[in-house]
Design a protein around this ligand. Structure first.
Ligand code: DLL
Length: 449
């Protein structure tokens, strides 16, 4: 746990007092890398000694913890995948006896067994510190009221965000996800300063407010810390203007910790800083599986934990596609670019790769179209080619003829920017399913098998 703190410059000129930062947020890159090496050497040896899977995998490729002499030696060690965690279900990855596991979380997963993760008391304390650090970077301050609309339960979002907000010294309103009417009532009655939610769920809340005749710009909310699913700059603009808030990104995944692996600074809004005193990131080529790419190059994000006790994780392949960028608001900690998508969420349409976030980006530049859309992939009878239909709602008060013109524009823009032909179906406002948390964008209707 971080004890030493240091004052940082104010996030904006209107701010009276500078927030107090963790010492690790302000150290130099050299100091940070020295810390990483010590922690990495410890973690690799600890995982090898305590988790049979790591011993087996290291032995198979003939690598030993003592081979890790400098940070770049990490590349000699084997990757860990979600499949490894599934095979070790439920507790095979734990490095401590069960009576030292203070909490268990699990990710639902669309198929098969869930992935189970565990935390010691120290892990929970570190997690809370990092979530608090992320929230503070995003503008949240001690004493603020925070409306937490991430789902509570086995999902790491609710309880992870809750503990972080408490650690920062906020008043937490633990509403969880869903029951949108009630959320709106409590936002009006409790007057929170900040909201924590997935971007699409915040959109659901804003939309429902408008339907109730409540002006979403009139609430007490000033900050939103949004994550758990991909979102674009266009979506940020949409949410910031619709709700009159500052919206920042927060990233994380259960296998590595949960929310707060990386967080975005509100004053720069230029991507999440990865908290590198606790996680060592790498970018690899997602297809050849072995090449570690240079900073700035796009690829798959891989993480190694540096302090975790219950579930040390070595070179975990996230499947998230992004790139590493130099630190800005926290200079020693590298940033990650926005996640363009997950390698397993990529639609391959007649040889062209496509992600839902590309459609979001293009559609939100067309004024008649709303951010509510879904993608349907079909294989029409008798055809050998797949077909993509973009179903998207036109905005309220846009007549259906204008919607037809917008459909034409969207189809053209997708052809130009993505290189793929598709069908665009502009539908009635309010007709598509709304998000309650992580929104499903892709509906694969192709015949199975
Ligand atoms: O979604 C943890 C979380 C909760 C993060 C609340 C932020 C806020 P999982 O359920 O394990 O954990 O899902 C992790 O969600 O690998 C990404 O694909 C995606 N994801 C998470 N944050 C972002 C983000 C939580 N800011 C998976 N941008 C990750 C894009 C994100 N994708």
């Amino acid at each position: 746990m971080t004890q030493n703190t240091v004052a940082a410059p104010p996030a904006s000129s209107s701010e009276a007092t500078a927030p107090v930062l963790d010492r690790e947020e302000t150290i130099s890159r050299d100091e940070l890398e020295a810390l990483q090496l010590t922690r990495l050497q410890h973690t690799v040896a600890y995982a090898y000694d305590r988790v049979p899977l790591y011993k087996r995998k290291f032995d198979e490729v003939g690598v030993h913890p003592t081979d890790l002499r400098e940070l770049s030696d990490l590349g000699k060690f084997p990757y860990t995948t979600k499949e490894d965690l599934r095979l070790e279900y439920p507790f095979g990855m734990f490095a401590v006896p069960q009576d030292q596991v203070a909490r268990i979380h699990a990710s639902s997963g669309t198929t098969g067994r869930p992935t189970v993760v565990g935390y010691t008391k120290n892990d929970l304390a570190n997690w809370a510190t990092l979530v608090a650090r992320s929230f503070r970077a995003s503008g949240v301050r001690p004493g603020m009221k925070v409306h937490n609309a991430y789902g509570y339960g086995l999902f790491t979002g609710g309880l992870g965000a809750h503990a972080g907000a408490e650690a920062l010294g906020c008043t937490v309103i633990p509403i969880s996800g869903g029951q949108t009417e009630r959320q709106i009532q409590l936002i009006q009655d409790f007057k929170p300063d900040a909201i924590l939610a997935t971007p699409t769920y915040l959109l659901t809340i804003a939309d429902a407010m408008q339907h109730q005749g409540i002006d979403p710009t009139s609430t007490s909310l000033k900050y939103a810390v949004l994550g758990a699913e991909p979102w674009t700059e266009e979506m940020r603009h949409e949410l910031e203007t619709t709700m009159n808030i500052k919206a920042s990104d927060i990233y994380g995944l259960s296998e590595v910790m949960g929310p707060g692996v990386a967080g975005e600074a509100v004053e720069t809004q230029d991507g999440c800083h990865i908290w590198e005193d606790h996680f060592r990131p790498e970018i690899i080529d997602p297809f050849d599986h072995s090449t570690v790419l240079a900073d700035g190059e796009p690829g798959e994000l891989v993480f190694t934990s540096l302090t975790k006790e219950a579930l040390p994780i070595i070179r975990y392949r996230t499947k998230d596609l992004t790139r590493l960028l130099p630190g800005t608001a926290r200079p020693a900690h590298r940033r990650m670019g926005r996640i363009t998508g997950r390698s397993d969420d990529m639609i391959i349409l007649r040889g062209v790769n496509l992600f839902p976030s590309q459609i979001e980006e293009i559609a939100l530049r067309i004024p008649e179209l709303s951010p509510h859309f879904q993608l349907e992939i079909t294989r029409p009878e008798g055809k050998r080619m797949d077909s993509l239909t973009v179903k998207i709602e036109r905005r309220e008060n846009v007549p259906s003829e204008a919607g037809t013109t917008a459909a034409h524009t969207l189809r053209e823009q997708i052809k130009i920017h993505v290189g793929s032909s598709c069908v665009v179906d502009v539908v009635e406002p309010g007709s598509l399913e709304r998000s309650n948390g992580k929104l499903r964008r892709i509906y694969d209707m192709r015949p199975k098998g």
